[in-house]
Design a protein around this ligand. Structure first.
Ligand code: C2E
Ligand code: MG
Ligand code: MG
Length: 750
């Protein structure tokens, strides 16, 4: 029993205890085993191979591997290539315990167990029949560990058909067998995990991407391709930044990396770009993977495409702030916008109008034609109202047949009136629904910030009150909350409506203001200025009707009349003995915009017989600025006729020297606002002086308008202004008065 004397300590066997021949055998064994492992394949096959190699080195023995069932804690045979099936059957289900043989004791004692004589050793007490049946005399068993020395998952045993204890060489065989089998099983488990992992990734709805430590992508799943449009080949090796949408700033990425570096993970909403260019929102979760030395090895990113969710959210958001029928903002949303506009207007003191618009007799329509028609009508009205304002946020349908409109800047009453008229006109046009033509109208109430209220609620209450006044007044009209505004707008409407008849009735007259040369004091021209001789009101100044005529388009007719009248008058005066002089006529931008101004002028000159060089057309700077190519064409035609051109109210617009040259202007009329304050405001004086010098340099004549006193006149002379007109000389005069005053030849201003 030589073997029994050998070292049975449980420490690992030192190679120095082995003879050179034994060491050689061990190395060969390891190489053979590694080759088997490297060939890969089924773990049972590999372990069988290991058993056979071991048996080869211990003649008269069989090797076996038993693994513990995780649930029952019983041992079952995993591999035992040379144990008969009957033996395996009897071994299976072995319950670890003090008498459960070498393998049962390994689990029981948690240490290697070497039994030299199975028939006498108490550790084999329960398995003696097995030892006898299969002639097992000795049995040495080693624990197989999983992941370190903590967890024993099974045993590697060499059973011998003779009584013996293991030599250091034998123990080395056992150690190698147990450890290699442990590794093989571990690896197969890992492979299994990887397989499961891969299967999970394949079928996953979520996009998956794995990068190495340098952020180079090394793995993506099919969902990644589905979401981004990029195939694995197009992706691998790239950095995830190639998906960036450009929608996030550097701060966003900085905080993402900070979280990854410090916490090891980051999650959040991010916008990336698909291959087709589309930007899409995703919910992304990134983890930094580290090895056991805390060294970063990988990043794993998992994301879900949340476009649909976002669309749904946006839809919910839209529905919560809008009216489902018309798509207009609801009351709350509208109120928020108005509040915001009010806060802005409060600083700038800009008036804002809140309109309460109610469809007339809508209830009747709804009841007689049904709700379907009612809805269709409201939908159409919403579209028509929308076309009256530039911005969708200005209109709301708080409910029923009621609409609210906000006009954020109504400093221009004319503009406001026009919008009101537009609303009435558009809603009064027949609506066609299901082959049926419906005629509707609406009543509008208007409240103005700040006069009629400083907050939304007050403005709304007052707009509603005004709307009821409009209903009382017979519907299809508007009313302002305050009488003052009603008067102003009514006046606008009255003027607009009565001008055509006034023209027919010869109620318009021209007055003429003389213009003088400042050096000689000679009368050199007259500016024709229109007035309305209203039978009820008396003489109405042009400021009260010209802007309205410009808005309604009536200025075209009126302007033509002015031109005819002024030219005829000039010829009449000449014939009556006044010296030839310029007749200056004011033109509106609209007269230019129509594109036939040159034809009109030529015709009028011909009809009247006035020499073209005696007609001067006054235009404002804005005419030149607006669509300058088109205007240039018009002006070139006029210049061809031979008329002269003056820029009226010069200094109030933004025309440049280049424009003046380009348009071949003859005269600049320095605006009266500069002239008036010249003696008190050094800035104005400087402007006038500069305009005059500039005009000299460009070979343009200058005329100062609005000269009211001698002091101004002297100053203008000092500045070398050539011509002037103004109350100092005289107010605009009726033709006969003008004639009477200036009939003496060589009349001078004195
Ligand atoms: P405008 O062409 O700049 O005419 C000069 C205005 O200044 C005239 O006012 C004139 O009466 C006034 N004025 C003249 N001298 C003095 C003065 O010393 N002090 C003051 N404070 N004012 C003076 P008016 O006649 O009320 O005309 C106002 C504006 O109406 C004109 O300004 C012109 O732009 C427009 N307008 C007048 N007639 C016509 C016309 O026939 N067609 C067009 N399109 N516009 C016209
Ligand atoms: Mg003028
Ligand atoms: Mg002027």
């Amino acid at each position: 029993m030589q073997a029994q004397t050998c070292d049975t300590s449980l420490d690992k066997v030192d190679y120095s205890l082995l003879s050179p021949a034994e060491q050689e055998k061990i190395l060969r064994l390891q190489q053979d085993i590694l080759t088997a492992v490297a060939r890969g394949g089924d773990p049972v096959e590999i372990v069988n191979e290991v058993c056979k190699l071991e048996e080869h080195l211990l003649p008269n023995s069989v090797a076996s591997v038993m693994l513990m069932d995780a649930e029952s804690k019983h041992l079952n045979v995993f591999a035992a290539p040379n144990v008969p099936a009957a033996g395996i059957e009897q071994l299976n289900g072995l319950v670890p315990g003090p008498g459960a043989g070498s393998c049962g004791n390994v689990l029981y004692r948690r240490e290697p167990v070497f039994v030299g004589n199975t028939l006498t050793d108490p550790r084999w007490q329960d398995l003696r029949h097995l030892a006898q049946n299969f002639n097992i005399c000795a049995c040495w068993s080693m624990p197989i560990y999983s992941g370190g020395q903590d967890k024993i998952i099974g045993t590697f045993a060499l059973s011998s058909f003779e009584n013996r204890m293991p030599s250091p060489f034998h123990r080395k065989l056992l150690e190698i067998g147990a450890s290699i089998v442990g590794i093989v099983l571990e690896r197969s488990k890992a492979l299994e995990h990887l397989r499961i992992f891969e299967t999970a990734l394949e079928g996953s709805e979520e996009g998956f991407m794995m990068t190495d430590a340098n952020q180079r992508i090394i793995l993506v799943n099919p969902a990644f391709t589905r979401h981004t449009g990029y195939s694995a080949e197009e992706t691998l090796g790239k950095k995830p930044a190639f998906l960036a949408s450009g929608q996030h700033d550097t701060e966003f990425y900085r905080s993402m990396w900070e979280s990854l570096d410090n916490l090891g993970h980051w999650h959040g909403e991010i916008y990336n770009r698909r291959k087709n260019g589309e930007v899409f929102p995703e919910w992304l979760s990134i983890s930094a993977v580290k090895d056991k030395h805390d060294k970063l090895t990988h990043y794993i990113g998992i994301f879900s495409d949340i476009s649909d969710q976002k669309t749904a959210e946006a839809k919910i958001q839209f529905l919560s702030t809008h009216d489902a029928l018309t798509g207009l903002t609801n009351r709350q949303q509208f109120r928020d916008r108005v509040d915001f506009a009010l806060s802005l207007n409060e600083h700038s003191h800009t008036p804002l109008a809140l309109l309460s618009i109610d469809v007339d007799h809508f209830k009747l329509l709804n009841e007689s034609l049904g709700h379907y028609t009612g809805d269709a009508v409201l939908h159409e009205l919403a579209n028509r109202l929308q076309s009256c304002v530039p911005d969708t946020s200005q209109l709301s349908r708080p409910g029923g047949d009621e609409f609210l409109m906000a006009l954020t800047d109504v400093s221009d009453t004319n503009q406001l009136t026009r919008t009101l008229m537009q609303i009435l006109e558009k809603t009064a046009q027949p609506i066609n629904i299901g082959g049926q033509s419906l005629n509707l109208s609406c009543s509008i109430g208007v409240a103005i910030f700040p006069d009629d209220g400083k907050d939304f609620e007050t403005l709304l209450k007052n707009a509603d009150a005004a709307m009821y006044h409009a209903k009382d007044a017979g519907r299809n009209t508007y009313r302002f909350f305050t009488q003052h505004m009603n008067d102003r707008v009514n006046e606008h409407m009255r003027v607009a409506h009565s001008m055509p008849a006034a023209l027919e009735n010869n109620e318009f007259v021209l007055h003429y203001q003389p213009q003088f040369d400042l050096r000689s004091g000679k009368l050199i021209g007259a500016e024709a200025l229109i007035r309305w001789n209203d039978p009820r009101e008396g003489l109405v100044p042009p400021g009260r009707f010209i802007p309205i005529a410009e808005q309604s388009g009536f200025i075209l007719k009126l302007g033509e009349w002015v031109l005819q009248e002024a030219c005829q008058q000039a010829v009449k005066w000449q014939k009556a003995g006044l010296p030839p002089m310029l007749m200056a006529v004011n033109l509106s931008a609209l007269q230019f915009r129509r594109g036939d101004i040159a034809e009109l002028v030529a015709r009028v000159l011909k009809q009247s017989g006035l020499m073209p060089e005696l007609l001067e057309l006054e235009i404002t700077e804005s005419v030149l600025m607006h669509d300058s190519e088109f205007m240039l064409e018009q002006i070139q035609c006029l210049k061809k006729i031979g008329v002269t051109l003056a820029i009226d109210d010069f200094g109030t617009g933004y025309s440049s020297l280049a424009y003046l040259k380009k348009f071949k202007v003859d005269r600049l009329k320095i605006d009266q606002s500069f002239v008036r304050d010249m003696t008190t405001d050094p800035d104005d004086a400087a402007i006038v002086s500069a305009v005059i010098q500039m005009a000299h340099a460009l070979n343009l004549r200058t005329i100062a308008e609005g000269v009211e006193n001698l002091e101004l006149l002297q100053l203008l002379r000092d500045y070398q202004c050539q011509e002037a007109q103004g109350f100092y000389f005289t107010k605009p005069l009726p033709a006969e008065v003008f004639f009477a005053n200036y009939r003496q030849p060589n009349h001078t201003a004195g």
